[in-house]
Design a protein around this ligand. Sequence first.
Ligand SMILES: Cc1ncc(C[n+]2csc(CCOP(=O)(O)OP(=O)(O)O)c2C)c(N)n1
Length: 550
Amino acid sequence: MNGAQALIRTLVRAGVSSCFTNPGTSEMHFVAALDAVPEMRAVLATFEGVATGAADGYARMAGRPGATLLHLGPGLGNGLANLHNARKGKVPVVNIVGDHATYHAKYDAQLQSDIETVARNVSAWVRTSKSTGELSRDVVEAIVAAIGPPGRVATLILPADVSWGEGAQPADPPVLPGRKPVPDDAVQAAAGAIRSGRRTALLLGGRALRADALLAAARIAAATGAKLLGEVFPTRLERGAGLPPLERLAYVPELASVQLSGLKHLILVDAKAPVTFFAYPGRRSYLVPDGCEVYELASPDADVLGGLDALVEALGVRGATPDLQAARRPDRPTGALTAESACQAIGAVLPEGAVVSDESVTSGAALPAATAGAPRHDWLTLTGGAIGQGLPVAVGAAVAAPDRPVLALEADGSALYTIQSLWTMAREQLNVTVVIFNNRSYAILNMELARVGAGTAGHEAKAQLDLSRPDLDFAAVARGLGVHAVRVETAEELAKALERAFAEPGPHLIEALVPSMFTPLQLRAMPLALRALEKLPRPIAARVRDRLLP
Ligand SMILES: Cc1ncc(C[n+]2csc(CCOP(=O)(O)OP(=O)(O)O)c2C)c(N)n1
């Protein structure tokens, strides 16, 4: 058996059975070995950012690492943004990056580069395998490093001669360490904070956003009045009718400040103390209000569910009835499409068990409210802020959960980064419905431009944030990549197109023409309005915030 065959068998034995590939010459033995190990599903992606994002989406839904096969330093570099997103989302990904044969490196051939340096930025574990005999052990270590917990990116660099060398043996699956118990003093400290009667919130992230953990947290909230907040961009949030509703922290710092204002205790459950995404002149980066004490109930490597259960016990609230989301949907909207009516149409028809990959950016502002009472579903978001993740994540999620409808909600600018994902969806006949919110703009950057105090935007500045000239035709692009596509301009058409897409197998794309969320006047007024909002008394500010950001 050669190294590549043993490598793939070792992956499969450990449950890593899907690999998103974009190979080159140095990976040919891996490619050839795929036929010898049919248990490995290899999925070709025509850009590495698709492969890495798909491995992330796969892992989020499968609960096992997704694997990639990438071509040397440049291939890995092309996939970096979505590996960054996976790292921030604590998602386990194993990269296999082919390299030149060990003896070839000294000639500095065209594709020679320092792969380890490229890998290190995103990888918690990096190794260049030294010999065919050691390769399977290296693979096991990569898998262990990726699984964590928390999930991480592990990168194994595979020189071609290590791959083609003979005499390899697959390794047994690793024994996994599991999550470490939450210490009792962390539970008691959190219980003490809640019992104090002062305003307390639990900030839930990562593993705490799964149904079992949410239910435990909701019991605590129902019995004690503690508030539940979710991190801004969850890796995987289980929500919908019958599950506890969850208010996510807002992306816009002023709105997040309103959500956090008045808190005296903030209890972190697999989440970080909130900070603003960016620094803004004259604004604090740290969002925790002055005088609010921060506790960590469960770190990302901890037994999060066990910690919440222990807190339920410590507070004696096992019998509490959690607040559960009632089943309700928006009425089917009518008339010309807006971002808001598009969100309502989605809420009106979202099917049971859907997996939503949300990279809708500004157009999706109304989605949380419009879909809150839809049948139970999973919500996957842009964990690291590097756009171009939504379509690849949808590819991976559909590979991991072939029986569930996957819905990718994509802003136009973000979609273009990894639009090749559509081709993989077509080739694999994945059950993905893609909605492109075509607002012909990098709308959020128009807002940011107004907020950072960079002065009045001139013609050239505005041109950098504008996606017209030429107008994009996503339906035509999708057809060219093999995906059935329609363009819709009314809310009725969108709801109908969604129902058709969910009813038919294979991928569908719906291009929704929507106006940008912000008019020029709103953009100009926004910085002042947001600052004024923060100065309002808390209950009034909260009411205004709810209207601004459902
Ligand atoms: C990899 C990467 N490059 C650039 C950016 C900066 N960026 C943030 S949002 C954005 C444009 C978003 O536009 P679009 O996806 O069309 O959504 P809209 O704001 O119009 O709703 C850009 C370029 C980023 N976040 N990540």
